[in-house]
Design a protein around this ligand. Structure first.
Ligand code: 2OP
Length: 233
């Protein structure tokens, strides 16, 4: 898909759901709790399927998590309600700081990929609908390796598909499991603190992000400056 990019150029791999795209944009604030249970279960199912080696497309995790949230809140969603919510999951807003950051990264000559548990097709539709698809050199989906983040296999696959190396590749994610997974695989990682909770914690594993930010604004410049520090390749 991408072949060998300029090996010296920095590669940015942006996580999608929750980092570029606001997954809580799908439901009005009044159902915010429903939206969070849906999202937490979606991720939990991906972790469990990865550990069980019982892979299903991320959209199955999303759909089954919706069934759970519906039952948990006794929302008794009908088939049409569920279809509308799942369709709405393909039309979610990008966060306000995304377009400018991607434009800055493009102008700076960085290789930019969307990197997601979602299938290539689902992410393509999502990014098109959010109006940011053309900012990316490509989309890397874990679907091809039939596992999920934070399995080491998905980060190795990212490097292969992006034609990049650990030393010049940065994962950009709001999901601490993703940041810890990428750092543990030898990549650099930016933790984007998207949670409105100022006390939102990174898991206390003793594995720290390379950079922590509260927004993507000026992130490309911070990454380039970091790489130009003495001793940093
Ligand atoms: C992703 O986009 C699930 O946020 C995670 O892969």
């Amino acid at each position: 898909m991408h072949g060998r990019q300029n090996d010296l150029a920095i590669t940015l791999a942006f996580d999608v759901y929750g980092t570029l795209i606001d997954t809580h944009g799908v439901i009005e604030t009044k159902a915010n709790e429903f939206s969070h249970v849906w999202r937490e279960k979606q991720l939990e199912y991906s972790f469990r399927r990865g550990l069980m080696q019982n892979y299903e497309n991320f959209s199955v995790c999303t759909s089954q998590a919706l069934d759970y949230a519906s039952a948990y809140f006794d929302a008794s969603l009908g088939r049409q309600d569920k279809e509308e919510l799942l369709n709405a999951y393909q039309v979610l807003p990008a966060f306000d700081d995304v377009q400018e950051a991607l434009d800055q990264a493009g102008k700076a000559g960085l290789n930019i990929f969307a990197f997601s548990n979602g299938s290539e097709e689902a992410v393509e539709i999502l990014l098109m609908n959010a109006g940011i698809r053309n900012c990316f050199h490509g989309i890397v989906s874990v679907d091809a390796v039939r596992s999920f983040k934070p399995s080491p296999s998905v980060y190795s696959y990212l490097l292969r598909k992006a034609g990049a190396y650990n030393s010049n590749t940065w994962l950009v994610s709001s999901n601490s499991f993703d940041v810890i997974g990428a750092i543990s695989s030898g990549m650099r990682a930016v933790w984007v603190r998207r949670s409105p909770d100022p006390d939102a914690l990174l898991d206390p594993w003793g594995i720290e992000p390379t950079i922590t930010v509260n927004s993507l604004s000026n992130l490309p410049e911070q990454i380039i400056l970091f790489g130009s520090r003495p001793g940093e390749s």
